[in-house]
Design a binder for this molecule. Structure first.
Ligand SMILES: [Zn+2]
Length: 372
């Protein structure tokens, strides 16, 4: 028995040895088959650095385009909102400002090259039909003084503060700008706007939301809403939630999970402060959603946007983004046939009023009840 046992053990040992040899050989073959069999292109490090810069330039340019577009659409809405914009309003001049410190350090050389940003505060955008446009202000103008206060080394945030004139009605300010080596004095008379600023959030999620006093639109939404009319409807809807005080009546329900890493303050300048936090999407009741759809459409229409294709955009959103992700628009704005049909009727109601040259005022409950 002992001999048999010893023989069995030695056979087992021999077997294990062969398994090890075969395993090693197999691994060698496997390793050889995993290794590239074709030549690999040698990549010079300076070419990689050049390409990295090109990609950073493209990224910053795209983000700046988003800022500009959302600023233009948001401004047009808040300037024409009138009493529909809620209780908070302020005097505004319709320009955005920047300087190099506005941009992250690695992007400053690119911002200087692409947008002419420098050490001094310059005009980033002149918004359409604004006091700044009427006064002849131009993109790239360097601000010298605001109402006699020299800007000197001041940064954008300080210039923005100087432009916040507490006034109930229109007020006139004098801004000296440097353009083509010459100092020019421009007089700007403010207009009243609804005081609900908008911010761009860098996130692929197709979303827009409000915290009750500000509106946020993701770059994903800016890409998705290709037509300005559609983006105006989304921005109008969120401004409506804020103007109607819906947020104070509802609880913050979910966290969006998209880090705010670039924002634009769409009133008098850029502002990267105060938003380094994750914002939550808010789930409103069906009644509040219906009310925001209704007022939002009026806000967009008053800003001059043609809402003809608006219901189709809503339908496309529900098809492409059916709310499967917590961070997209339809997770907080569930679509339904009822909502689609309602929007079609809202658009028709607005068109009827436009054709009859009636003021674009939404009907109150009693008015709509008596009409039906
Ligand atoms: Zn909503």
């Amino acid at each position: 028995m002992m001999n048999v046992s010893i023989t069995s053990r030695s056979r087992v040992r021999a077997g294990i040895g062969w398994i090890r040899v075969l395993s090693a050989a197999f691994l060698c073959v496997l390793a050889a088959s995993c290794a590239p069999s074709l030549k690999t292109v040698r990549v010079p490090s300076n070419a990689v650095a050049d390409e990295a810069r090109v990609q950073r330039e493209l990224s910053l340019r795209t983000l700046a385009d988003h800022w500009q577009r959302s600023a233009r659409i948001h401004y047009t809405i808040v300037r024409n909102a009138g009493t529909l914009g809620g209780k908070k309003s302020r005097q505004d001049f319709g320009l955005t400002l920047h300087d190099l410190t506005f941009y992250p350090t690695p992007d400053r050389d690119i911002a200087a090259k692409l947008f002419g940003a420098g050490d001094r505060v310059t005009v980033r955008d002149v918004l359409p039909d604004s006091p700044a446009a009427a006064a002849g202000m131009r993109q790239g103008d360097t601000l010298v003084s605001i109402n006699g206060t020299a800007l000197g080394e001041r940064h954008t945030a300080q210039a923005v503060e100087l432009l916040k004139i507490p006034s109930e009605g229109p007020c006139t300010i004098e801004i000296q700008v440097l353009r083509a080596g010459r100092v020019r004095a421009l007089r700007l008379t403010s207009t009243q706007v609804c005081d609900i600023p908008a911010f761009v959030v860098s996130s692929d999620a197709v979303n827009a939301y409000t915290d009750g006093s500000r509106v946020f639109v993701t770059t994903g939404m800016l890409n998705f809403a290709e037509r300005d009319e559609d983006l105006a409807l989304v921005v109008g809807h969120e401004i409506a939630h804020a103007a109607l005080g819906h947020v104070t009546k509802r609880r913050v329900n979910s966290l969006l999970g998209s880090l705010v890493d670039a924002v634009v303050q769409v009133k008098t300048g850029f502002d990267t402060g105060g938003l380094g936090q994750r914002m939550g999407g808010i789930v409103f009741s069906r009644a509040f959603e219906a009310e925001a759809d209704y007022l939002g459409a009026y806000l967009a229409a008053r800003a001059g946007y043609d809402l003809h294709g608006a219901p189709q955009f809503w339908r496309k959103m529900s098809q492409d983004h059916p709310g499967s992700s917590r961070s997209n628009f339809f997770s907080t704005h569930p679509t339904s046939p009822e909502r689609f049909v309602a929007l079609e009727r809202i658009v028709q109601e607005i068109r009827d009023k436009q054709e009859r040259k009636l003021p674009l005022e939404p009907d109150r409950k009693s008015e709509s009840a008596s009409r039906e």
